[in-house]
Ligand binder design. Sequence first.
Ligand code: PLP
Length: 321
Amino acid sequence: MSRADHLLSSIAGAIGNTPLIELSRITKELGGRILAKAEYMNPGFSKKDRIALQMIEDAENDGLLKPGQTVIELTSGNTGTGLAIVCGVKGYHFIAVMSKGNSIERARMMAALGAEVVLVNQLPGSKKGQVSGGDLELVEKETQRLTRERGAFRTDQFRLKGNFRAHYLHTGPEIINQAGCKIDAFCDFAGTGGSFAGCAAAFKENNPAIKCYIVEPATAAVLAGEKVTNPNHRIQGGGYLMKNLEMLNPEHIDGYVKVTDEEAVATARRLAKEEGVFAGFSSGANVFAAMQLLENEHRGQTIAVLLNDSGLKYLSTDLWV
Ligand SMILES: Cc1ncc(COP(=O)(O)O)c(C=O)c1O
């Protein structure tokens, strides 16, 4: 049953079961197929609604989150928006701690949804719209301080299994069921690595032959073991220079694809113009990576990707100008 077929007791019931769309216009000259999961159609306009719901419900079920307790998270905005929605309808106060380098729409949306938003200054020399590993360390310190001060439950998306489970139990299996055809590969831009890890585990369980690739910023491909030439890329939500992501199972990584800022931007713009898909930088990165795979080792095959969040989240950036 689709979520539109019955009455929902809250907006949380509208999380997940997003459409899977074939990007046949963008692949016309390439051959092969790209199947894109429209995660920007979640209530908070990103895939992170899924992990927000899963982490909160796992913590409730495990007795780790008590009624009335404050919830806190370090966020680039998307997980925070999901948590603001889920905490809002479940009655938890939520604090979102975010770098000033992330786009302002995200902070405004979280605040509108009832969250307490704490913005952390970037390192001297960092650019707006480019959140570096160093910037993220400052946000982490502030999150730890506030967690202690407020006795809050931290929905730590880098560690809590709910991040992995949301995609392992739902996103991956939904793609397999909706595709109705053999999937040859999956590629995914990594932040926490949660969506890569969860989907890759579901895909490999379904068919071990499905190849899974991590997508990284071209100048900061640390997971591929490369030297960082510029930590300040523009693909928000990942590429944080963290070599060890707890979520990732090395056995599920078949390779790495690098994408430049320009390629991610150009592809996000093509998605909007040619496919009517209004998504953000990292969705552009995922689709560009899939196009690379179709031009090389996966010629003529079928690649699955996630469209991580909405282009509306970047109206204050130069993505659309
Ligand atoms: C827009 C966007 N793309 C990609 C990612 C990376 O997803 P994951 O943390 O599952 O690796 C995030 C994470 O915050 C994100 O917000």
